[in-house]
Design a protein around this ligand. Structure first.
Ligand code: PRP
Length: 186
């Protein structure tokens, strides 16, 4: 099937255009650059797979010294069946003790992933720990601090700009809502 046909079959509507996302990413990068202007260096930690595009764009707009690293966590059962349980898949290459750390996530749904990661990273004694999240769903979530937030979105399944459904749609330049019948029952 051609990409256009796949999109027509699966996508309900575009929630955030490429322009809207890029504008907001630049604003977040400016805010982070300002807040850490006195820091010698910061470490941006992207949570795979979802955050890979957001981190790539955000880090290229940040105009203070920084490095990037990655972690991967997998949630058991998403959507309506989500249990909130998470599994550690990939760890950082270096210790983060005494570093200024910013966790970069694509989306907060239940909050389980970020809460789990925040606790793990906090226990490694960074000099500071903040979170930067592109999307936050409007639903009940676990209590976890969000220092930099891109957008609040409705409680629907979104794809694109790193976010997937069954590992597809991640490379769309915009963020779109999936048709409900596609993800119902998952
Ligand atoms: C997604 C997303 C977040 C998490 C948010 O990851 O990237 O990490 O779910 O959900 P939560 O707030 O309910 O924990 P997913 O487990 O789908 O893996 P992926 O990033 O590899 O797509």
């Amino acid at each position: 099937m051609k990409l256009q046909e796949i999109l027509q079959k699966n996508i309900k509507r575009v929630l955030l255009t490429e322009d809207e996302i890029q504008r907001r990413v630049k604003e977040l990068a400016d805010e982070i650059s300002r807040d850490y202007s006195q820091a010698e260096k910061i470490l941006m930690i992207g949570i795979l797979k979802g955050a890979f595009i957001f981190l790539a764009d955000l880090s290229r707009q940040i105009n203070i010294p920084h490095s990037v690293d990655f972690m991967a966590i997998s949630s058991y059962g998403k959507g309506a069946t989500s249990t909130g349980a998470v599994r550690f898949v990939l760890d950082l290459r270096e210790p983060i003790e005494n570093q200024q750390v910013v966790i970069v996530e694509d989306i907060i749904d239940t909050g389980a992933t970020l809460k789990y990661l925040y606790k793990i990273l906090q226990s490694r004694q960074p000099a500071s720990l903040r979170t930067c999240v592109l999307l936050k769903k409007q639903r009940q979530q676990l209590d976890v601090p969000i220092d930099y937030l891109g957008f609040e979105i409705p409680n629907v399944w979104v794809v694109g700009y790193g976010l997937d459904y069954a590992d597809t749609f991640r490379t769309l330049p915009y963020i779109a809502e999936l048709k409900q019948e596609i993800y119902q029952g998952t």
